[in-house]
Design a protein around this ligand. Structure first.
Ligand code: ADP
Length: 159
């Protein structure tokens, strides 16, 4: 059985993340979505909010589970026996960041591989930070995030 990790901030989850998960769920037996709790990052949504949104969004998939983790992803991989980290890539700029990250992870734990999945074209421009900005300025984000996330963003921005 192949189990892979899909780590990220998911602040908030977008249709781009869900597309990667939808495709990954067909490729591997089990996907563990690892929601990062990085002390150095400022998030719009709390760790629990991000985890809970993602859990609802993947509830139809029997082979996807969601976990919160506040350490190094390679340590989580080692602890749980996962050998593969999946990352999505959009533009070339993403690739250079993701490539460096994969080299860092390789240096930390050589036995763990990173596999990149390129975005499907319609999700090319979807980025959590841009979606939050559009929502804040009153733009329509309904094609970018699921209704659950659009509602959560509206509620968060109203505060
Ligand atoms: P991080 O802070 O770890 O980059 P993100 O939530 O921004 O977390 O992204 C998690 C993963 O999903 C990353 O590999 C990112 O490149 C990928 N991703 C984000 N948006 C898209 C998208 N629209 N299409 C494909 N992959 C995406």
């Amino acid at each position: 059985m192949t189990r892979v990790l899909f780590p990220g901030s998911f602040d908030p989850p977008t249709n781009g993340h869900l597309n990667i998960l939808h495709r990954a769920a067909k490729l591997w037996d089990e996907i563990d979505v690892v929601v990062a709790m990085n002390q150095l990052k400022r998030y719009t949504f709390s760790a629990e909010e991000r985890r809970d949104m993602m859990s609802v969004l993947v509830s139809d998939y029997a082979n996807i589970k969601v976990t919160l983790w506040d350490g190094l992803i390679v340590d989580y991989a080692e602890m749980t026996g996962a050998k593969v980290i999946v990352r999505g890539v959009r533009a070339l700029a993403d690739f250079s960041y993701e490539f460096e990250l994969s080299m860092t992870n390789k240096g930390l734990k050589p036995g763990i591989e990173t596999i990149f999945i390129p975005t499907d074209p319609q999700y090319f421009v979807l980025r959590s930070s841009a979606i939050k900005e559009i929502a804040m300025l009153g733009g329509d984000i309904s094609s970018m995030v699921p209704p659950l996330v659009a509602g959560a963003l509206r509620a968060k921005l109203a505060k």
